[in-house]
Design a protein around this ligand. Structure first.
Ligand code: RIB
Ligand code: CA
Length: 311
């Protein structure tokens, strides 16, 4: 595999234990190059999400990867966070090392814009795994980045599946539905990993034990974070393990055959407080996204465990 056949990506994230696993999966996969990490307020506020991203990269000995601090709050709505799921640190279950460097001086929105404008058409892969605020702000500020985007691969939304924040809305969509509307209507190639598929990627105890078997600092941190993070969903849904939402985005880039979906014209309620953040398919509309609904869970978890074991 040559550098040119590797797929580079910008990871836009609100760490978040499942965000951390997604980052580790990307770092452990030779098919991918993490060009940059941009942070967005979501699971926990800024500056915590930025500190977490810096700490995770320090733990993985990848402080060569630049981190850009992004938006402090959604485009219109007040920020809603999820400490009740992720703990006050956002990455409870692991103690991260102090990073030896800080975030880059450029704002994440400007970094996304600058990297897109410096790239060829249809070459940039954006992987937002939190609220879409940074991506939407970049598109609003500089619409000429859209042709530069090869694909936006987002974890978010709930279509036929019940929401996890309201009965209709998934967290990333609920936090910033206006940003999701901007991204849904921007015209960039869009692939969505909603709860419809991520709720089928439940990490069982045997998978966590598989991580612990490596005995490495990164794998131990991953296992510890999952053990903390799964408590909420196991209690809430009476299931055997936590859905590993965000890593689905990265696993898809490594091996798309692990997933199946369909194209649809997608939309989001961003005006009606009663159904805010509800994502849905518009019957008969021209397709605007690929919506993933199925996952080969065995292959998915084998990939996650194998790749994190290499760090
Ligand atoms: O609903 C799950 C999503 O919300 C994941 O991205 C998780 O990290 C939280 O941000
Ligand atoms: Ca996330």
């Amino acid at each position: 595999m040559t550098e040119t056949t590797k797929r580079s990506l910008i990871l836009d994230t609100d760490p978040g234990q499942d965000d951390a696993i997604a980052l580790f999966l990307a770092l452990g996969s030779p098919e991918l190059i993490v060009e940059a990490v941009t942070t967005v307020a979501g699971n926990v506020p800024q500056p915590l999400v930025t500190e977490n991203a810096l700490g995770l990269l320090a733990l993985a000995d990848r402080e060569d990867i630049p981190v850009y601090r992004g938006c402090e709050r959604p485009m219109l709505r007040d920020l809603a966070t999820a400490e009740h799921v992720h703990g006050p640190s956002g990455v409870d279950g692991a103690i991260l090392p102090q990073p030896s460097r800080g975030a880059e001086p450029e704002h994440a929105v400007d970094a996304i814009i600058d990297r897109c404008l410096a790239s060829g058409d249809a070459t940039v892969t954006l992987c937002p795994i939190g609220p879409l605020t940074n991506i939407a702000m970049a598109i609003v500020k500089e619409p000429s980045i859209v042709p530069k985007i090869r694909e936006i691969v987002w974890m978010g939304g709930a279509f036929k599946e019940t929401g996890n924040t309201t009965t209709l809305a998934e967290f990333n969509a609920f936090v910033d539905p206006h940003a999701a509307h901007v991204v849904f209507t921007a015209g960039a190639p869009l692939t969505i990993f909603p709860l419809d598929v991520t709720h089928k990627a439940l990490m069982a105890p045997v998978h966590v034990e598989g991580l612990e078997a490596f005995g490495s600092p990164v794998a131990d941190a991953a296992a510890g974070m999952i053990r903390f993070y799964e408590k909420h969903d196991v209690d809430k849904y009476d299931i055997v393990g936590a859905p590993l939402h965000d890593p689905c985005v990265i696993a898809y880039l490594i091996d798309p055959s692990i997933f199946r979906g369909h194209t649809a014209h997608v939309a989001i309620d961003h005006n009606n407080e009663g159904s805010i953040g509800n994502t849905y398919e518009v019957e008969g509309g021209a397709p605007t996204a690929t919506v993933m609904t199925e996952v080969d869970a065995d292959r998915f978890f084998s990939l996650v465990i194998e790749r994190i074991g290499t760090l």
